[in-house]
Design a protein around this ligand. Structure first.
Ligand code: DQQ
Length: 476
């Protein structure tokens, strides 16, 4: 039996063995893509192809830790109902045997072509990296082509996560990298045929003035154009916390500027974090057939806390964010939940005007929309969102390790005018002021608690709408 077949069968067996236990978890997500079993991390190959949305994902089927990753696969026609498809890639070959790491998808003359990093660790733990490709005629079954790009000189084997796009008839690829002197950077390749790649140089670097110091490794780069400007999104590692900034172990953020394709030079402004919550990393974007720039992120981070999540005992861990539409407004990336998500609404529970603190009883799978100036929200007596007018900070807190309270904040000098919560059984995504800021966080509140308290600012009027959401949209 081939290695690939053996690994596929083992992954299928893992699903069969544990699916009942996974299903019993009170924290199992209802409308967020989660692994059928095991660990899910980065979104990969995110594309709308021949009308269908495909989201592949980093997947470890055999346990809830990291390791030799597979590419799992969800598909959807409406961005709400997601179907688990057969495993897309297994780490079955010499060039990817320690993991088919992250990458991207393109339409390639009517076929789907994916690029990914073949991660190889030898018996002494020495790492090698290969940028590989595979092709498919149906988006489901892939034939590997093998290695397309070897490690260029000047970089360590922390060189991965190819993201490919077309511009003016040429193909381009960005790759996340670490220089030999241990700085993070993003490099650019160019190709006429999306097969033979020429190394064009670095687009940005950890020590560039606009970056300050941005760590020792940059993962999962993504470059796209919005409003005539180029946005480079990436996930740097090794950035120290600085006041309310960079509070997670690893960050995700972006720079905006102008890419000179001829010169391979990218002039850009300073790095901004994309999300202010506890759990957000390695997002990827695609442009869909409606011309929207859509983002999905991993609602997790490779940090020590991932090992403490209660879902491990049910043999699964982590999930994706909801799909979000990006726009660039006054130089800032704005994230809004895709409009299709309104179809998740099952029953409207409340539509109330309040002028003082009010309590609502909500389902654990809900959407809440609040219009009006808000001072405080208490979600399930577990997570609190507080606006501090004196310093203009919006602060999200949740119970941390050892009974402590941990918090994340964003600056909001104009205050809170609007909030939208997407609440699933173990997560909350809070879109602030129509996507100006977002807090994405896992949330392991007592499953029986249903409390949602809202306090408007100084008897101002606010409108609160609550919907219970569908919980039958992820099909395994
Ligand atoms: N996860 C992948 C890598 C990527 C990292 C491995 C980011 O390709 O750099 O699972 O979370």
């Amino acid at each position: 039996m081939s290695n690939d077949r053996r690994l596929r069968e083992q992954a299928d067996t893992a699903i069969e063995t544990y699916q009942e236990i996974v299903r019993q978890d009170p924290y199992r997500q209802a409308f967020h893509m989660s692994p059928p079993v095991g660990l899910l991390n980065d979104p990969n190959g995110w594309i709308q192809w021949q009308g269908t949305y495909h989201l592949y994902f980093q997947w470890m089927p055999f346990h809830t830790g990291h390791g030799a990753k597979f590419w799992g696969h969800f598909s959807s026609v409406n961005l709400i109902d997601w179907k688990l498809e057969p495993t897309a890639l297994t780490p079955s070959d010499w060039f990817d045997r320690s993991g088919c790491y992250s990458g991207s998808a393109i339409d390639y003359d009517g076929k789907m072509k994916i690029y990914y990093t073949g991660n190889v660790k030898d018996d002494n733990g020495q790492r090698q990296t290969y940028q590989c490709s595979a092709e498919s005629i149906d988006g489901i079954h892939f034939v590997k082509n093998g290695v397309e790009i070897e490690l260029p000189q000047g970089y360590t084997p922390h060189f991965r996560d190819p993201k490919v796009w077309k511009h003016d008839g040429q193909w381009y690829m960005v790759v996340g990298a670490q220089t030999e002197d241990h700085y993070g950077c993003v490099v650019l390749f160019e190709s006429k045929d999306a097969k033979e790649w020429e190394f064009r140089g670095e687009l940005s670097h950890s020590t560039r003035e606009e970056c300050g110091y941005l760590g020792y490794m940059w993962e999962c780069p993504d470059l796209f154009t919005l409003n005539g400007k180029e946005v480079l999104l990436f996930s740097p590692q090794g950035v120290e916390a600085d006041g309310i900034d960079y509070n997670n172990l690893y960050q995700t953020g972006y720079v905006v500027g102008k890419l000179d394709y001829q010169q391979a030079q990218f002039q850009h402004n300073r790095f901004e974090e994309l999300d202010r919550g506890f759990d957000f990393y390695a997002p990827q974007t695609t442009c869909d057939e409606k011309g929207r720039r859509l983002l999905v992120g991993w609602m997790g981070c490779p940090d020590p806390e991932e090992k403490t999540q209660p879902t491990h005992q049910y043999h699964w861990v982590h999930c994706m964010t909801v799909p979000r539409e990006l726009s660039l407004e006054q130089g800032k990336l704005i994230q809004r939940p895709v409009e299709e998500l309104t179809d998740l609404r099952k029953v409207q529970r409340y539509d109330e005007q309040i002028t003082e603190q009010a309590d609502f009883t909500i389902d654990r799978v809900s959407e809440v929309q609040i219009d009006g100036p808000i001072e405080k929200v208490n979600l399930f007596n577990c997570t609190h969102l507080v606006y501090e007018r004196d310093n203009g900070l919006l602060i999200l807190s949740r119970p941390g390790q050892d009974g402590t309270v941990e918090s994340r904040s964003c600056r909001l000098p104009q205050g809170v005018q609007q909030l939208q919560f997407y609440i699933d059984r173990s997560s909350v995504e809070i879109f602030v002021n129509d996507g100006e800021e977002v807090f994405t966080s896992r949330l392991f509140a007592d499953p029986d608690v249903r409390t949602f308290e809202v306090k408007p600012r100084e008897s101002a009027a606010a409108n609160v709408k609550v919907w219970s959401l569908r919980d039958d949209v992820i099909h395994f």
